[in-house]
Write a protein that binds this ligand. Structure first.
Ligand code: FAD
Length: 372
């Protein structure tokens, strides 16, 4: 029974004497190596050696066997046709009744394809890691318990600046607040959240940085043994954040400049409006006097033939009023202001930015810690 089992085993099995001379090899051994049993028996196992295996490996192997311990490892072997293959090998001493080593039992299988796949997975992993690492954005992967599973170089840089705060959790908190009630449904449906701009004080105390931040929930197959057949998946959150502080600063500078220009324009319009209204008011006085004089003349000349002075006054009054009306039209209209909620912190900050130069030139220093 044992003979049949060993003979028909899928594992390449050989038995050697103490010099590693082959005494027996099973059918799988013949299949893997390409040699027939007749060609193997009496030869040292080194017949399979490709001489690519470092000698330290053989020394370790023999060192273990001489201590009557088994050895497991990988050797580079060569088949009869010269093709190389990787042999995952276990060699164990077989002891006699006196406890002395009588034989060596060798068992190996060809793992060349498995190794190739492993290498491909490994190099793909390295490739992905280097792409993720060189990406000029912060990337972090969180598991279901919001524990950091993976983070790239940009993320590590953030941690260096503030080791006490986990930046991913700071981003997460901001995103959760922004997304509100949609958070759970997005998470449960493996959704992607919209890009959100978040202001984070996570790098250095007092220094606020802006990030455009988004996240996507992805399902990752569970690696526990019990999940092997049931296909259980774990939800992970992939966070991506790009530092847009410089862009924000530029936008802010543009906004403040636009605000300055608008205020200057308003000031010009206000003073023009004031001057024109003042001029209209002043012109009105002589016209009122002309009107009174005309009224006086009309009463005096009532029932008499037409007085050329009266006509002249009328024409002058009419021309003057037309000119005043025209002047009135050229008063710049007051633009209606829309009512909207105002963040007092933002408003105060804008006022301070706009007035800094003037305040400083007058020796005024304003201490203002914004309220959060
Ligand atoms: P070796 O002359 O064998 O010398 C390599 C090192 O092993 C040296 O340090 C030497 O001192 C030591 N050494 C060699 N023989 C003995 C010994 N009898 N007692 C103590 N130390 C010793 N090798 C493979 O390449 N492929 C295989 O598939 C393979 N299968 C094996 C299966 C079994 C059961 C056994 C016992 C050994 C097997 N070996 C295999 C090892 C093989 O016997 C050779 O040691 C190895 O191939 C190196 O051969 P070599 O001629 O280059 O060097």
């Amino acid at each position: 029974m044992f003979n049949e089992i060993v003979e028909q085993s899928e594992v390449a099995i050989s038995i050697t004497d103490l010099n590693a001379c082959i005494l027996y090899a099973n059918a799988a051994f013949e299949r893997v190596t390409g040699y027939s049993v007749g060609e193997l028996v009496g030869h040292n196992e080194s017949i399979l050696s490709d001489k690519k295996t470092p000698s330290i490996i053989y020394k370790t192997l023999w060192g273990r066997l001489l201590q009557q311990k088994s050895w497991t490892g990988v050797l580079v072997n060569r088949r009869k046709d010269g093709e190389r293959y990787l042999a995952e090998m276990t060699i164990a001493p077989v002891l006699d009744n006196d406890g002395k080593t009588a034989y060596y039992l060798g068992m190996h299988r060809d793992i060349t394809d498995f190794h190739r796949l492993q290498q491909q997975v490994q190099s793909q992993k390295q490739l992905i890691e280097s792409v993720v690492d060189t990406a000029p954005v912060v990337i972090a992967l969180l598991d279901e318990n919001e524990q950091l599973v993976l983070a790239n170089h940009e993320y590590q840089k953030l941690i260096q600046h503030s080791p006490e705060n986990e930046p991913a959790l700071v981003f997460l908190e901001h995103l959760r607040q922004r997304i509100g009630t949609r958070w759970l449904s997005l998470k449960n449906n493996g959704g992607r959240m919209d890009i959100q701009e978040v202001q984070v004080e996570c790098c250095q105390p007092g220094i606020v940085r802006w990030f455009s931040c988004s996240g996507i929930w992805i399902n990752v197959k569970a690696s526990e043994a019990e999940a092997f057949f049931d296909g259980n998946q774990r939800t992970h959150l992939l966070l991506v954040a790009k530092d847009i502080t410089d862009l924000k600063k530029q936008q802010e500078a543009v906004r403040i400049n636009a605000l300055r220009a608008m205020m200057a324009e308003n000031e010009v319009a206000d003073s023009l409006r004031e001057s024109l209204r003042g001029a209209i008011h002043q012109f009105q006085v002589p016209f009122n006097m002309l009107e009174a004089a005309l009224g006086l003349l009309e009463r005096r000349n009532a029932g008499k033939p037409a007085d050329p002075l009266q006509d002249l006054l009328k024409t002058a009054l009419h021309a003057g009023q037309t000119a005043l009306e025209t002047l009135g039209y050229s008063v710049p209209p007051q633009k209606p202001q829309a009512f909207s909620p105002v963040n007092l912190n933002d408003l105060l900050r804008d006022v301070l930015i706009l007035s800094t130069e003037r305040l400083l030139s007058e020796g005024i220093v304003v201490g203002w810690p914004p309220l959060h």
